[in-house]
Design a protein around this ligand. Structure first.
Ligand code: AMP
Length: 355
C-alpha cells in the first residue's frame, strides 16, 4: 500500500463519477488527450484565450471540450470550473511554469502526481540535496572559482532555457566571467546527453520493484539546443566569444535516442534511488519524471537535472518507443497516465496517485 497524498476533501469533486483528464493546451497536451481518449476517459482542454485551432487537425487528440481563461494569470482561478467538470489536472512543464510553483501548489482541484515534489524540484539547492542524499552522481559544484580545475558551466539562478549560461574551458578563462546576478559554477561534464523518461507507479506490484510500486522506462530523447548544438559550424568558441557570440541552450526540439543496452542497469539504478529517496523525503514522486544527465567516456552517468512531470521529449513516442513497446505495444506516457488513473479508481486508491 502506498502513501495517501490527497485528502478526502480534495477528491470530493471526482467522487462517484468518471474523472475527466484536463490539461493546459500546450507542451504535451496532444499526447495527454490522445492517451486519455484511447483509455476511454473524457478530456478537457484549458486554453488561454481562444482554444488553438490546430486541435481540429488532430481528431484523435482533440479534447472533448474546452474551458478558456483570458490570461495566464487567471489559470489559478479556474479551479472551481475544473472541480465542477470532475477534472483531474495532468500537469506538464508549461502548466507549472505559466502558473508558478506557488499558485500551482494552491490549486484546489485534484492533480495527477504528488505536488509536494515542486518544493524540491523548483529550487536547485533542494534538488541537489535530494539527489546527493540519494547517492546519485552529479556534476561537481565549485563554491570558490579558485577551486576550478577543468571546464565549467556557470548557471544563473532561474535562467530560462539555459540563456546566459557561461562556459569556461578552465580557471583562467573563468576570469573573463562578469556576473550579473546570483549563479552557481558547475563542472562542465564531457560526454553524451540522455533524457530518460521514467514512470513510477506506486500501485503496481510487478515488474522492476521500487518502494511499494514499480518503475518503468517509457522512452529516451536528446534535446536540440540552440545555438550550442550547431555552434561548431561557425568555428572555434574562443573566436566566437571574441566576436561577442555566446553559447545558449534554448530547447528547440527533441530527437529520439537509445542507450547502449548494458547501460540500462545503471539508468534504472539511478532512477530507483531518486524515487526511493523521494518517498523518504516527501511521500514519493508519482507518475512520469525525466532524469537528465551526461554519460561520460568512463561510463559514469552524471545527473544535472530532473523534471518531475511529463516532459515534451515524450511527444516523440505517441505511438510507442523502443522501451515502452516492451511494456505494452504503442504505449505513450500520456496513455500510461490515463491507465494509472483508471487503475487507482477501480482499486479505490486515487489518494495514492493524486494530490
Ligand atoms: P539545465 O538548465 O540545467 O537543464 O541545462 C540546460 C542545458 O545545459 C542542458 O540540457 C545541457 O545541454 C547543458 N548542461 C547543463 N548542465 C551541464 C553540465 N554540468 N555539463 C555539461 N552540460 C550541461
Amino acid at each position: 500500500m502506498g502513501v495517501p497524498l490527497a485528502t478526502e476533501a480534495r477528491l470530493a469533486s471526482i467522487r462517484d463519477r468518471v474523472p475527466t483528464v484536463a490539461t493546459l493546451c500546450s507542451h504535451s497536451s496532444l499526447q495527454i488527450f490522445h492517451g486519455a481518449k484511447a483509455e476511454g476517459l473524457p478530456t478537457l482542454g484549458i486554453s488561454v484565450g481562444k482554444p488553438p485551432r490546430f486541435y481540429d487537425a488532430f481528431p484523435l487528440a482533440r479534447p472533448d471540450r474546452f474551458i478558456s481563461v483570458p490570461h495566464v494569470k487567471d489559470l489559478g482561478g479556474a479551479d472551481a470550473r475544473l472541480r465542477e467538470a470532475g477534472a483531474i489536472v495532468v500537469p506538464h512543464g508549461s502548466f507549472v511554469e505559466y502558473l508558478g510553483p506557488e499558485a500551482f501548489s494552491r490549486l484546489d482541484v485534484p492533480v495527477f502526481g504528488n505536488r509536494a515534489v515542486l518544493a524540491w524540484e523548483s529550487d536547485r539547492e533542494k534538488e541537489r540535496e535530494w539527489l546527493d542524499s540519494a547517492g546519485v552522481s552529479m556534476p561537481t559544484r565549485y563554491d570558490d572559482p579558485s577551486e576550478v580545475d577543468g571546464p565549467v558551466i556557470v548557471k544563473y539562478h532561474g535562467a530560462k532555457g539555459g540563456k546566459g549560461f557561461f562556459l569556461a574551458k578552465n580557471r583562467e578563462a573563468l576570469a573573463d566571467f562578469r556576473p550579473t546576478g546570483p549563479f552557481v559554477i558547475q563542472e562542465y561534464v564531457l560526454g553524451t546527453r540522455y533524457y530518460m523518461h521514467f514512470f513510477y507507479s506506486p500501485l503496481s506490484d510487478r515488474g522492476y520493484r521500487v518502494g511499494h510500486g514499480s518503475l518503468e522506462l517509457l522512452g529516451m530523447d536528446r534535446r536540440d539546443e540552440a545555438n550550442i548544438d550547431e555552434l561548431y559550424k561557425l568555428g572555434a568558441q574562443e573566436e566566437l566569444l571574441k566576436a561577442g557570440i555566446r553559447p545558449t541552450f534554448v530547447v528547440t526540439g527533441n530527437v529520439p535516442v537509445i542507450l547502449r543496452e548494458s547501460l540500462l542497469e545503471k539508468a534504472f539504478d539511478v532512477a530507483a534511488r531518486i524515487v526511493e529517496r523521494s518517498i523518504e523525503l516527501f511521500g514519493g514522486m508519482v507518475g512520469p519524471f525525466c532524469v537528465e544527465g551526461i554519460m561520460t567516456e568512463e561510463l559514469e552517468f552524471k545527473v544535472f537535472e530532473i523534471s518531475t512531470r511529463i516532459v515534451a521529449g515524450t511527444n516523440l513516442f505517441i505511438s510507442g518507443s523502443p522501451y515502452s513497446d516492451l511494456v505494452e505495444p504503442g504505449l505513450s506516457t500520456g496513455r500510461r497516465i490515463a491507465q494509472e488513473i483508471l487503475r487507482a479508481k477501480s482499486e479505490g486508491r486515487l489518494a495514492e496517485v493524486l494530490s
